[in-house]
Design a protein around this ligand. Structure first.
Ligand code: PLP
Length: 454
């Protein structure tokens, strides 16, 4: 049996069209170096997505291998329940608090972005219960937002595909529009009016639900999976004014933006976000080992800590919370990023990526928008620019371009919520690699347009 046959027979793939998978089988990677992957047939690909927006230091880093070997020999595992501890995790928590924006106080560790966002909601509920306001529980999220797949994190997603078949979202989750200028900004509306419009929508929702029932608002600084939606500079300040007025906490989901993808340590710093709670995952270890964290501000921590009087033990955590291998990997990952100036490099390569994407796509008749920030980019396809008309989703335009690009040797990712393809390469990507990614993606679009007679 080939590895592809074994995969088809036994492996239940996440986020996969299961019937099609049975016909086509997997594309199985066996090796990676820098921004390049190799499959079982020896074909190589440029990974324009750093896996799933996460292998920021690139594949095959030997320092990470050495850290994992050394920590495995010293202490491969010990739990952190009931006041037990381990060394790497205490040091990592200290480092995260020093790095995080605002007045942050404590770090709670998990294993994925999904479980961390789920934990954030539990923290917010616990906080309001300690404060004696058990009715303040609703969470507001945004359309096009992506926050994970657990029952709560999946509910927080503003992507309809995330709910179909799963009886989600939970009823205490509500949505407002995303700051996606291409589709949401009315003709003739200034940026200021657009932002006002979005802040007013949020305020109307809070008032309609009753401010005494609304606990938190969750947002990615840049919405990644929803289409690499970059907010106007005045967006978060306006949103936060509303949240403060009604005593609604802000959870910044930094799972993609965190640790340098925008060129700064956190997306919150770039877009004026002042979070009460921060979610990180992915880039914290460059995905070498699963790890996530909820970073909790001092005022929220003080309330949660005082919950001991009311509830006794804080009964939440995982066997793998604060895993020493993951914490050691995170420390080495952050050492590498700092020592090698990889955040600065991400910004510089991001500028190059933006220039190449604009050069290849901006004037294309089937491209509605080229956008991005830092080392995050997207190209959105449209049927027509004037009048602005989307493709029929059944055409699966972005998926077709991604498929063709893969045949040409570049791995991008389709973001169907905005019919876009994404670019989020490792920070170590070279300018030549970026040139090739952009050129081959452009060729893929032209090939698909020709085949579909567009
Ligand atoms: N939040 C954001 C912004 C994400 O992009 C993701 C994953 O892509 C998640 C949360 C969920 O993280 P995980 O897949 O590790 O559960």
């Amino acid at each position: 049996m080939t590895i592809e046959d074994i995969d088809k027979e036994f492996f239940f793939h996440p986020f996969t069209q299961l019937r099609e998978h049975q016909q086509h089988g997997p594309l199985t990677m066996v090796e990676g170096h820098g921004s390049t992957l190799t499959d079982t047939r020896g074909r190589t690909y440029l990974d324009a997505m750093a896996g799933l927006w996460c292998v920021n230091i690139g594949y095959g880093n030997t320092e990470m291998a050495e850290t994992l070997r050394a920590q495995t020999e010293r202490l491969p595992y010990y739990h952190t329940f009931a006041s037990m501890g381990n060394e790497p995790v205490a040091r990592l928590a200290q480092r995260l608090i020093a790095m995080a924006p605002g007045e942050m106080s404590k770090v709670f560790f998990g294993n994925s972005g999904s479980d961390a966002n789920d934990t954030q909601v539990k923290l917010v509920w616990y906080y309001n219960n300690v404060l004696g306001r058990p009715e303040k529980k609703k969470i507001i999220s945004r359309r096009r937002g992506y926050h994970g797949v657990t029952v709560m994190s999946g509910s927080l997603c503003g992507l309809p595909g995330m709910h179909a078949g799963f009886d989600l979202p939970l009823p205490m989750v509500h949505f407002v529009r995303a700051p996606h200028r291409l589709w949401e900004q009315q003709e003739g509306q200034s940026e200021e009016e657009f932002v006002r419009d979005l802040a007013d929508e949020l305020e109307r929702l809070i008032l309609a639900e009753g401010p005494e029932t609304v606990a938190a608002f969750i947002a990615e600084p840049i919405q990644a999976a929803g289409g690499v939606i970059v907010p106007p500079a005045s967006y978060f300040p306006a949103i936060q004014e509303v949240l403060r007025r009604y005593d609604v906490l802000l959870i910044a989901d930094e799972v993609v933006c965190g640790f340098g993808r925008t060129g700064d340590t956190f997306g919150s710093e770039v877009f004026g976000v002042r979070p009460d709670l921060i979610t990180v995952a992915k880039g914290i270890t460059s995905a070498y080992v699963p790890l996530s964290a909820c970073i909790v501000s001092a005022p929220v921590w003080d309330v949660i800590a005082s919950g001991a009087d009311k509830y006794g033990v804080f009964s939440h955590g995982y066997t793998y919370s604060a895993h020493p291998l993951a914490a050691a990997a995170a420390m080495t990952n952050l050492d590498i990023i700092e020592r090698d100036g990889l955040m600065r490099q991400a910004k510089a390569r991001g500028d190059h990526l933006a220039e190449r994407l604009r050069a290849e796509f901006a004037d294309h008749p089937l491209v509605g928008e080229v956008r991005g920030y830092g080392l995050l980019g997207a190209v959105e396809f449209v049927k027509s620019k004037d009048p602005l008309t989307a493709f029929d989703p059944a055409l699966k335009m972005s998926a077709a371009v991604v498929q063709r690009a893969r045949e040409l040797g570049v791995i991008s990712r389709a973001l169907p919520a905005s019919d876009s393809i994404a670019f989020s390469p490792p920070f170590v990507v070279t300018e030549d690699e970026i040139d090739e990614m952009a050129a081959l993606a452009r060729q893929a679009l032209d090939d698909v347009a020709r085949d579909l007679r567009l």
